[in-house]
Design a protein around this ligand. Structure first.
Ligand code: GLN
Length: 305
């Protein structure tokens, strides 16, 4: 356990100055303003012991990592009914692809591609009085941290350039799988992606997926044991879009990435680890983040396999 600090330091130093061929996402212009040199890591175990290195306390745009949080709240609210609206199969396609939706009659392959997360946002809007406020309160509640906020700048920037997401939402609505107004669903979706957390805060917020006994501020478990198993399973099979197999193969943990350069990985019954490095590989996953986690599970010899 005590070795975690030394192991993350060693890998951090190993990777810090390697030539990173990745590119910072700029299709959302505001994301392109972030310094490519940021590099942070945090690991928090289920006993709340936390180890950090680098920019682990700087907040960044969590982007698609928020898809775990929206799924969790929708799963709490809808239970198994949720799977009538979204499937649990890997898509093998990029995160923003429209390709399969026509053949699948508007039912997205899984909740971790944009199409699936947009449907999940629609489900949440149907349940919540004030979706943005209620979702933010849910996030604060599960990480016992009131210091969380959306970035209006990032949300607005994505709204101005989110043509593919607008197409996805309209297309799904044409099949009847979006119940609310397209602009309301997209506004909520863009805000959920614009949540800002640090690596240390992200490790904290996902402890409920590593620890069956984790309680939110209201003293309740966030998901049942069976639900947490299922969310982890979808992360393992779908968390990295058309690179999900590669991540499972190299790292061996359930995880989820975002185009802000963050990656969260869970070792059930053990720890949550978060890496942030903004330069992305061609599949939209953090180049150094993938390498860091591969080296981490290799050096510690601990993965779920
Ligand atoms: N907000 C981003 C988008 O919809 C999220 C994508 C991601 O992080 N993979 O394009």
């Amino acid at each position: 356990m005590e070795n975690y600090q030394k192991i993350i330091e060693d890998i951090y130093l190993n990777l810090k100055n390697v030539n990173d061929p990745g590119k910072v996402a700029n299709y959302i212009p505001e994301l392109g303003t972030v310094s490519a040199d940021n590099f942070g890591i945090n690991i928090t175990d289920i006993h709340r012991k936390s180890f950090s290195i680098g920019d682990a306390d700087k907040k960044f745009s969590i982007q698609s990592i928020s898809k775990i949080l929206t799924l969790t709240l929708a799963y709490q609210l809808e239970g198994e009914e949720l799977w009538k609206r979204v499937d649990v199969e890997p898509s093998g396609n990029p995160f923003n692809s429209l390709l399969q939706l026509e053949a699948d009659f508007g039912k997205p392959r899984n909740p971790f591609i944009n199409a699936g997360a947009i449907v999940i946002c629609d489900v949440l809007i149907s349940h919540l009085k004030n979706p943005k406020e209620d979702f933010l309160n849910f996030c604060k509640d599960i990480c016992h941290n009131n210091n969380l906020a959306y970035s209006d700048k990032v949300a607005q920037s994505e709204k101005e350039t989110g043509f593919r997401n607008t197409a996805l939402c309209n297309f799904i609505k044409s099949f009847g799988n979006i119940k609310n107004k397209v602009e309301d669903v997209l506004d909520f979706y863009f805000y959920t992606c614009a949540l800002e957390l640090s690596c240390a805060e992200l490790s904290q917020i996902f402890l409920f997926l590593a620890d069956d006994h984790f309680l939110c501020q209201k003293g309740k478990t966030v998901l049942t044991e069976s639900q947490a198993k299922r969310v982890n399973a979808i992360m393992l099979t779908c968390g990295f879009y058309d690179e999900s197999g590669e991540f499972a193969f190299r790292v061996g943990l359930p995880g989820k990435s975002g185009v802000g350069g963050g990656i969260v990985a869970i070792h059930p019954d053990n720890y949550v680890i978060t890496v942030w490095s903004p330069k992305l590989n061609p599949k939209g996953n953090s180049y150094k983040g993938m390498h860091f986690l591969e080296q981490f599970t290799t050096q510690t010899g601990i993965s779920i396999f």
